[in-house]
Ligand binder design. Structure first.
Ligand SMILES: [Zn+2]
Length: 128
C-alpha cells in the first residue's frame, strides 16, 4: 500500500513523536503472532519472508508502545461476544512492539523527532 502524501503519513504516525526506536530483526513473539505491520504503510514484518506473498520486511525500526494489560478493548469484547476467536498481541511488561519500515521511519524521522537509542533503558525494562 502506498501512502498518498507525506502529510498523511506524518499524521498517522504522530503518536510516536519523540519515541525511542532501534533497528532490529523481526522476531516472532508467540506461536499465534507470526507477523506485524508497519504503522505507517502497513508493510508486513515477519520472520519467514517465504511464507508470505506480499513484500515482507525481516528487520525494521521498532519502538515500545505502552499498553494496559488489564483492559480488554471494546472491539475485542464485541468480537468474542459474536463468536470470533481473537488472539491478543503479545505484551511485554506493559508494552507492545510497534514497527516501522525503513521508508516510513526515514521520511518522518526529523518532523516527529524520533530518537534512535539502542542502549535506552526502556529495552531492558520491557525485556527485549
Ligand atoms: Zn512503512
Amino acid at each position: 500500500m502506498l501512502v498518498a502524501t507525506k502529510e498523511l503519513l506524518l499524521k498517522s504516525l504522530q503518536h510516536y513523536r519523540g519515541f525511542v526506536f532501534r533497528w532490529q530483526q523481526y522476531r516472532q513473539l508467540s506461536p499465534e503472532w507470526n507477523h506485524d505491520h508497519c504503522g505507517g504503510c502497513w508493510a508486513r514484518f515477519a520472520e519467514h519472508a517465504e511464507e508470505w506473498s506480499d513484500v515482507v520486511h525481516t528487520a525494521g525500526w521498532v519502538t515500545l508502545w505502552p499498553t494496559d494489560d488489564d483492559v480488554e478493548p471494546q472491539f475485542i469484547s464485541d468480537a468474542k461476544a459474536v463468536g470470533y476467536v481473537c488472539v491478543p498481541s503479545p505484551k511485554l511488561s506493559g508494552f507492545q512492539l510497534d514497527w516501522l519500515c525503513p521508508e516510513c521511519f526515514t521520511s518522518c524521522h526529523d518532523e516527529l523527532e524520533f530518537v534512535v537509542d539502542p542502549d535506552h533503558p526502556q529495552w531492558k525494562r520491557a525485556g527485549v
